[in-house]
Design a binder for this molecule. Structure first.
Ligand SMILES: [Zn+2]
Length: 204
């Protein structure tokens, strides 16, 4: 494509550190080229041709005899896009969705298919929610005396934390299940992952 911009880059550091043991090495084993898509410039797609080096690890006891130099600020290992392009595509996916994000990205010169955008959205790490201080526990019967479920919610923020399936054990406690749920939860390792302490239990 005539409008594309291609940049050829090479690293200038004389050494690289082994990703397994951290030892610095200057013994180059081989070189190869790697192509990356980057953010567009002036509406024109940008491609990077990276000259990357493989090194021998100098540490005798290291299991990794050879390694490829890492470029952690630019891209992840084996990625076809730079981190900043991945971030832009992910934001498109989070804001507009898969297909609409792809269409909008195409207008903006961002290279990424619908599947790529959806994969980046799935890999997107949501920040950990704040710890819950006051937790409400409520249970309901999917099928009376047979199948019960439990809803655990953050009472301060009014948000659900976990939706759990319970069967015979909760049923055995009957209408007093709410009183015993924290004990059952500890015993059964109920995943109340962001709750430091149950301060309030609201039974039926
Ligand atoms: Zn090593």
């Amino acid at each position: 494509m005539a409008d594309e911009i291609t940049l050829t880059l090479r690293t200038t550091s004389p050494t690289a550190s082994c990703p397994s043991c951290g030892t610095q090495s200057s013994r180059i084993q081989s070189r190869y080229t790697r192509k990356l898509h980057d953010l567009p410039s002036g509406g024109r797609p940008v491609h990077l041709i990276m000259h990357v080096r493989r090194f021998f690890c100098k540490k005798r006891t290291c299991a990794q005899k050879m390694f490829t130099e890492r470029l952690p600020e630019l891209c992840r290992p084996h990625a076809q896009r730079t981190k900043r392009l991945q971030k832009a595509l992910c934001q498109l996916g989070l804001t507009a969705g898969g297909q609409a994000g792809t269409d909008l990205g195409s207008e903006l010169g961002l290279s990424g298919s619908r599947d790529t955008i959806l994969r980046l959205v799935r890999q997107h790490q949501q920040p950990d929610p704040p710890k819950s201080r006051i937790v409400g526990v409520d249970d309901w019967a999917w099928k009376r005396r047979l199948r019960y479920g439990t809803l655990i919610c953050d009472l301060e923020r009014g948000l659900p934390i976990e939706l759990c399936k319970w069967k015979e054990k909760v049923a055995a406690f009957g209408r007093n299940a709410g009183r015993f749920l924290p004990h059952i939860a500890r015993k059964e390792t109920l995943p109340i992952t962001n709750s430091e302490e149950i301060l309030a239990v609201i039974p039926n």
